[in-house]
Design a protein around this ligand. Structure first.
Ligand SMILES: *Cc1c(COP(=O)(O)O)cnc(C)c1O
Length: 418
């Protein structure tokens, strides 16, 4: 059974101040997860998690992660501004972007961020826009199909990201010619992968490639960035990834690859989902019950608050608060209000009998949840709250208003409000 860090009474109390729906993030869970990650990689001198800001770009949460020693992985101007606003500077920031606008390279260089290049052509592009830093990273795409044993973990050959193997050698040589002194190597080959073998398999590829690049070009390898992609157990029956085991297996691969004392790169990670996914919950209320060919529950939230089910058919577990111990014997589609039939948090989900006014908590919304929302149908994004370790609640993003929604129509000079 999936646990919640709150109960119905707590949510009813919160809802007096902050009406549903809202995303609620649990500080204790967030800190515990990032600490477990840090412990798993404590063998690596210089290890650092660069939290993938896109997963949950709320400065209050990023601040907590910075307190835990994380850096921030940014991929756009806005994300760089968020990082800067909470005091991230220099190599606290990994700028890992693609199809990057020139001015964003210039801005990231101005902040002193690590730059992770996505393409060979970006070597000259960066040289002309911001300049080549002393330490620079390149993103590797090994192509083909990424297998581990019989399992296909990803299809990098289909992906838009990264340098080919030959391009890495060429890129490193070029960068050395332009004055680069130290290098990072990065790859992201699979997403939401709950197989403990994923990271070690990826690490082996990167460690081996880094050792080859060193042999070929003499480049000093400063860090290996294992990027994101470790998954979380969205379903109650899914096994969580044993992160300590993952860290230990990556260590074995590291020791096998870097047995010579002259290259000892730090290991970096850029996990988003793994770190914050289970720390977030979408809390919403049942507003309508409809019976036609199926039983529908109409929520006060919609896909604007959480797109993953509508977009990928993703499973998110749902708990009906106060009915945790009741039998799940009613079959429902749990829907939002968009004029879009995919706007369903769950399809054919067995739940206890739900009455109007009941509060439902959607689990694992702390990554790629609120952040992915859009404003289709003129639906507004709801608030984000932080459940602090002392049990108090802080509003960390207010709900949107129509004023926010209409802000970019100011050019028309209409009266749109009231
Ligand atoms: C999205 C992304 C991540 C984080 O991915 P998760 O699946 O949330 O771990 C890390 N690095 C890069 C470059 C990304 O694009």
């Amino acid at each position: 059974m999936k646990q919640l860090p709150f109960d119905k009474a707590k949510i009813e109390e919160i809802a007096k101040t902050y009406p549903t729906p809202f995303h609620l993030y649990d500080e204790a869970t967030l800190r515990a997860r990032v600490r477990a990650l840090r412990d798993a990689f404590s063998w690596s001198e210089g290890y650092r998690e660069y939290y993938a800001v896109k997963a949950c770009p709320n400065p209050a949460l990023l601040q907590i992660l910075m307190e835990e020693g994380c850096g921030l992985d940014c991929s756009s101007y806005a994300e760089l501004l968020l990082a800067r606003a909470i005091g991230a500077a220099g190599t606290d920031i990994m700028f890992s972007s693609n199809a990057t606008p020139a001015e964003e390279f210039v801005f990231a260089r101005g902040l002193g961020a690590y730059i992770n290049l996505d393409d060979l052509s970006h070597v000259d592009f960066l040289r002309e826009n911001g300049g080549i830093p002393e330490t620079v990273s390149c993103r590797f795409n090994p192509g083909g199909v990424f297998r581990f044993g019989n399992t296909i973990m990803g299809r990098p050959g289909e992906s838009k990201y990264g340098f080919t193997r030959e391009q890495l050698t060429e890129g490193f040589r070029k960068l050395i010619g332009y004055g680069a002194k130290r290098f990072g190597l990065h790859a992201f080959l699979s997403s939401n992968n709950t197989d403990a073998a994923y990271y070690p398999a990826l690490a082996s590829i990167l460690f081996k490639t880094a050792a080859e690049l060193y042999a070929e070009t003499g480049a000093e390898i400063a860090f290996i960035n294992l990027s994101g992609g470790i998954g979380i157990p969205y379903r109650p029956e899914d096994e969580p990834v044993d992160i300590a085991l993952v860290g230990a297996r990556v260590r074995e691969a590291y020791e096998a690859a870097f047995w010579k004392p002259d290259i000892k790169p730090a290991v970096f990670t850029e996990l988003g989902r793994y770190v914050s996914g289970p720390a977030g919950f979408l809390v919403m209320r049942a507003m309508h019950e409809k019976q036609t060919y199926k039983n529908f529950l109409g929520m006060d939230a919609c896909a604007v608050d959480l797109m993953r089910p509508a977009m990928y058919g993703a499973y998110h577990h749902i708990t009906v608060l106060g009915k945790e111990n009741e039998l799940s014997d009613h079959l429902y589609d749990v829907t939002g209000s968009l004029c879009e039939n995919s706007d369903k948090f769950a399809v054919d989900r067995l739940l206890p009998h739900v009455e109007r006014g009941d509060i439902l908590a959607v689990h694992d919304t702390g990554a790629h949840g609120h952040a992915m929302g859009y404003n289709y149908n003129g639906r507004l994004k709801h608030a984000e709250l932080l459940l602090k370790e002392n049990g108090s609640v802080r509003l960390i993003r207010r709900a949107e208003t129509v004023k926010d929604y209409f802000a970019t129509l100011d050019v028309l000079g209409l009266k749109l409000e009231e």
